[in-house]
Design a protein around this ligand. Sequence first.
Ligand SMILES: Cc1cc2nc3c(=O)[nH]c(=O)nc-3n(C[C@H](O)[C@H](O)[C@H](O)COP(=O)(O)OP(=O)(O)OC[C@H]3O[C@@H](n4cnc5c(N)ncnc54)[C@H](O)[C@@H]3O)c2cc1C
Length: 419
Amino acid sequence: MAVWTESEGKRVHDPFYHNFLLAKTDKCIVVDEPVIIGAGPSGLAVAACLKEKGIPSLILERSHCIASLWQLKTYDRLHLHLPKKFCELPLMPYPPGFPTYPTKQQFIAYLEAYAKQYDIKPVFNQMVVSAEYEDGRWRVRTEEGTEYLCKWLVVATGENAEAVIPDIEGLEQYKGKVVHTSAYRSGDMYRGKKVLVVGCGNSGMEVCLDLCNHGAMPSIVVREAVHILPREMFGSSTFGLSVWLLKYLPIQTVDRFLLIMSRLMLGDTSRFGLERPHLGPMELKSVSGKTPVLDVGTLEKIKSGDIKVFPAINHFTKHGAEFIDGRMEEFDAVVLATGYRSNVPFWLKDTEFFSEKDGYPRRPFPNGWKGKQCLYSVGFTKRGLLGASMDATRIAHDIAQCWQVMTKQLNHPSSKLST
Ligand SMILES: Cc1cc2nc3c(=O)[nH]c(=O)nc-3n(C[C@H](O)[C@H](O)[C@H](O)COP(=O)(O)OP(=O)(O)OC[C@H]3O[C@@H](n4cnc5c(N)ncnc54)[C@H](O)[C@@H]3O)c2cc1C
């Protein structure tokens, strides 16, 4: 990596194009290798795939560690939602002996071993606040005042970069404790308390179970229809079974099968306030990205009345909430299981590749990994780690083709004479 520290306004040499670029901050660094923004599983996967092809890379990470979502923003009881074989990063299988659904700690250990294996050393505490294409280079600026100039830019900041805090009337006047799931660790501190969990995705359902297991009294807000499926069917994972069936059968047939099995195994969920959407679980996932809930025991607690179900909130009161069916209830605390969003529109000055509306690539999977001007995206497929691994492999292959041509040019004797 070439490094220049210049005062603002000075010129820095660009070894690829043999021209000079204007430094716009005090610390300007020209980077020959691809720059990856984000040291989550996606960023690590791209760096490893590049390394395998002999290409170095530079990762900029806003936090002080790799996989910050997993290390800093997830609850203690978390296991991978999907079986490990669908959550492997390229080039490195899980160690023998890992369970089918590794714990969060096991997953983090796997990622740390992955980074070590490929000698990936991100630059930490670098929060990217803008990236703009200018004169054949991406100009990447961080909040910490450094400017990186690079040819290849890989966006790996994740679908879950920022917590979504819903705009519900009265939330600001509610006096109890309010946390987003990204700040929830365990039900331990809620023992004996009435807690309202807003949102019924996988996280909301699991947090309710955790609260129950720690002697709290949780209620869950179910605003929209939701598919709840057993995590396993016939001794194998429902996800794995669905993927296998989809190879041979139309999606509607797979959905019919999943719904019949769920009805037999879980009963009629609508009896407990959990209506099912009109589209089947797999079709809904493919058209909207909405993931079905894989039940890990929460439904039993709902059936037994240990977890109460409420419809959408009309407004919060000082000590609780009023719901759209007119019921009012007091709560000691609120956990917002209201999801996350991408932060790309806030810093990437390119609206062609990424949509400003949702911060995802405009072109859907499997074509959303490559934009123009050597801009790439990894991990925005709504297909978890499996999708990220597919993106990473493609990106490394694509960059490698260009890298080889450029390094040949750089090493050519005529190029050496001119520098
Ligand atoms: C509770 C939970 C459970 C999940 N379980 C599974 C599962 O079982 N299987 C599965 O496949 N998927 C699961 N997922 C989805 C999961 O988030 C992804 O599969 C995985 O973490 C995606 O990795 P990523 O690197 O794309 O994003 P992230 O893990 O979010 O990593 C992105 C990184 O970019 C950094 N970053 C963001 N913005 C900036 C910036 N401006 N400048 C610098 N750095 C920045 C972040 O700090 C972060 O470290 C789960 C998600 C959650 C929330």
